[in-house]
Design a protein around this ligand. Structure first.
Ligand code: 13P
Ligand code: SF4
Length: 363
């Protein structure tokens, strides 16, 4: 349920300092009734206003734990606020301050296509032995499909454990929607390449003959993150040529050749933890979104922090949509029923909750 569309003029034209005053005042007035969750890719000026700053997993766990809070304001993208709503209680309200902050990857696995694929796969192999895993970056409807078919949600910080969970209950994984996180996780598990296949929803049977599908242990949905697709092996080679001792860490939404050539890969939180573990004076190149990289440059003055892509670190425009103005407006109007409320209704909510809870139990 999204009510707000455009920001009213008075808030659209508010100066950054005036927005900050509103946010500080409203945070003080709302006290413990309010929790602001902020993802690591948020704009620099917004980050200090987050009560919790984290990766997708940490923020979903926070949303699940905030039972006493009345208003959860999620500075992130739509799938994150949806997940927070599913995990929160019936008396809590979740807000996405900017209604246009979506995630193109989450939209790459529409329910109708997924149901068709599931049916086609079921004509070839026994569906009871196929465990769906959906990346957190997915719609609530895909999470619900996952829950009712015995599967679970994962994030980039626990995909490995999600694979173990799935293989303890079935022979095959159908992984949605990020092929790269799925492939990188399968590679780390040393699953033979010919047992990992890409399902193209535009082709009958995903583009495979029956025998190939019967041999497959991991079936990857053909989705990707356009931000992380920017990184290439050439960027890694160029950074290593410039800084011979450089350490390279990338997000697992990058292509496999990038993850394989890096020194490490991990979620946004794991990237920050990696930086903390490096000795002072280290040069570290990071293959992820611009706002996180530029904040790390400020936060680690003793390191040489470099964007992996030298000339144009890619930015997630959807994460960037949420402004101080959006947050000020949301905090001002939420008590009177305004703001962009995100609500997932039954039966989607209950089925999606099953899949999310299976993930939370992994940790
Ligand atoms: P994290 O779970 O690493 O925070 O990633 C979320 C995301 O959208 C990365 O593109
Ligand atoms: Fe979605 Fe990619 Fe942006 Fe993450 S960085 S929110 S996966 S578009």
């Amino acid at each position: 349920m999204s009510k707000q569309t455009e920001l009213p003029e008075a808030y659209r034209t508010m100066t950054p300092e005036a927005c900050k005053d509103v946010i500080r005042r409203r945070k003080a007035e709302l006290g413990e009734r309010l929790a602001i969750l902020a993802h690591h890719y948020q704009r620099k000026e917004l980050v200090p206003f987050g009560d919790y700053l984290g990766d997708s997993y940490a923020l979903s766990a926070k949303a699940a734990a905030q039972k006493e809070v009345r208003y959860i304001v999620f500075c992130g993208v739509h799938f994150m606020a949806e997940s927070a709503d599913i995990l929160s209680g019936p008396d809590q309200r979740v807000y996405l301050p900017n209604p246009y902050a979506g995630c193109p990857m989450a939209d790459m696995a529409p329910e109708a296509q997924v149901l068709r694929a599931w049916e086609q796969l079921g004509d070839v192999v026994d569906s009871a032995g196929v465990i769906p895993i959906s990346y957190m970056n997915s719609t609530a409807r895909l999470k619900a499909f996952t829950g009712r078919n015995g599967g679970l949600i994962c994030t980039s910080s626990n995909a490995d454990k999600a694979f173990d969970y799935a293989f303890s209950r079935g022979e095959r994984i159908f992984f949605f929607p990020d092929q790269h996180l799925g492939r990188n996780t399968a590679n780390a598990k040393e699953i033979p390449r010919k047992q990992v296949v890409l399902w193209d929803p535009a082709k009958p049977q995903g583009g495979h003959d029956a025998e190939t599908l019967r041999q497959a242990r991991v079936i990857l949905w053909k989705g990707h993150c356009h931000v992380h697709m920017n990184f290439s092996l050439e960027h890694i080679e160029a950074r290593r040529a410039e800084y011979p001792d450089v350490k390279i860490i990338v997000h697992p939404e990058c292509r496999e050749e990038v993850v394989d050539a890096a020194d490490a890969s991990g979620s946004t939180k794991q990237i920050i933890e990696y930086l903390k573990r490096q000795p002072a004076g280290s040069a570290i190149a990071i293959g992820t979104e611009l706002n996180l990289v530029s904040r790390m440059i400020d936060e680690f003055p003793d390191h040489t922090i470099l964007p992996l892509q030298r000339d144009a670190c890619p930015m997630c425009v959807n994460m960037f949509r949420t402004t101080l103005n959006d947050l000020a407006y949301t905090l001002d109007v939420l008590e009177e029923g305004g703001g962009n409320i995100i609500r997932v209704d039954e039966p989607v909510r209950g089925e999606a909750l099953l899949a999310l809870e299976r993930m939370l139990e992994l940790n």
